[in-house]
Write a protein that binds this ligand. Structure first.
Ligand SMILES: [Fe+2]
Length: 279
């Protein structure tokens, strides 16, 4: 019997009793997609799957999209990216894993960012490496009325990189650079399913607020990010091997904690689900 069990934290629900082979049945799909919009994250335990199975499972939430960075794409199934965040003994690791240590939402540097991200754990370290999520509805609700007035109707510029980010992203090929010009998005967006407002922030990609001087823009973005960093808006997912976690990029941010042992494999499959222009 399929059950949606809400978390005690700021967001998320655990899906119990799901037969992953029945996921494309319309009644099951409707429950999962509604749970995602309502709880902003669903966690589904199970066993590791192949890239093909991961892609097919992801279709329950919408259309899988091919991701920007070519080198991560999984062979015959390019909608699935293989994310390796294993810490190497020589001190090197995949740079995007380190960058993911700060709060961000996936794909905001595109005019039409992904609606949701599915992450499926193939190998995980013996301890550590939790992924934390931030409920951006509750962050918006917690802002003072004066701040809400200041940001209402404002747009902000998202880029593949910004000097405001703590770390630099993976290098892009010339083809990938051509595909990622800066874009403007509303600072406050409305969820297309629930109608709730959320703050659309991304400290890794958000460069400036349109129409403000740089110093004023920086100060306001810092003030907004400070609210999002408060623990009352957060929920941490501690991974088991084979977990599927799907989150709603329209109203959440996330970050990984890089506190796991050196040399222990941490490998995930990632699928992005096509979204709509933020409004
Ligand atoms: Fe991410």
């Amino acid at each position: 019997m399929l059950k949606v069990v809400p978390n005690k934290g700021a967001l998320g629900a655990r899906i119990e009793g799901l037969d992953r082979t029945r996921v494309n049945e319309p009644a099951v799909a409707a429950i999962l997609d509604q749970a995602l919009a309502e709880h902003l994250l669903v966690a589904i335990p199970g066993e590791p799957m192949t890239p093909e199975q991961t892609r097919d499972f992801a279709r329950v939430f919408g259309e899988p999209q091919i991701q920007l960075l070519r080198y991560k794409r999984s062979g015959a199934f390019p909608e699935v990216s293989v994310m390796v965040s294993t810490l190497m003994a020589d001190g090197t690791t995949d740079k995007t894993a380190i960058r993911a240590e700060d709060w961000h939402t996936d794909d905001s540097y595109f005019a039409v960012p992904a609606k949701a991200t599915l992450l499926h754990s193939i190998e995980i370290p013996s301890r550590g490496g939790a992924t934390w999520f931030c409920n951006m509805h509750s962050v918006y609700d917690a802002l003072p009325d004066a701040t809400k007035k200041r940001i209402e109707g404002r747009r902000a510029i998202h880029g593949y990189d910004t000097p405001r980010a703590r770390n630099r992203p993976s290098p892009r090929t010339p083809e990938e650079i051509a595909e990622t010009p800066d874009v403007a998005h509303p600072l406050v967006r409305t969820h297309p399913v629930t109608g709730r407002k959320s703050l659309y922030l991304n400290p890794n990609r958000l460069d400036r607020i349109v129409g403000l001087e740089r110093t004023e823009s920086d100060a306001l973005l810092d003030e907004l990010a400070d609210e999002a960093r408060k623990p009352q808006h957060h929920f941490g997912h501690v991974w088991s091997r084979g977990d599927i976690v799907v989150w709603d990029n329209r109203a959440t941010m996330h970050r990984v904690v890089i506190d796991y042992p050196v040399g222990e494999e941490r490998i995930m499959h990632r699928v992005l689900i096509e979204g709509e222009p933020p409004i």
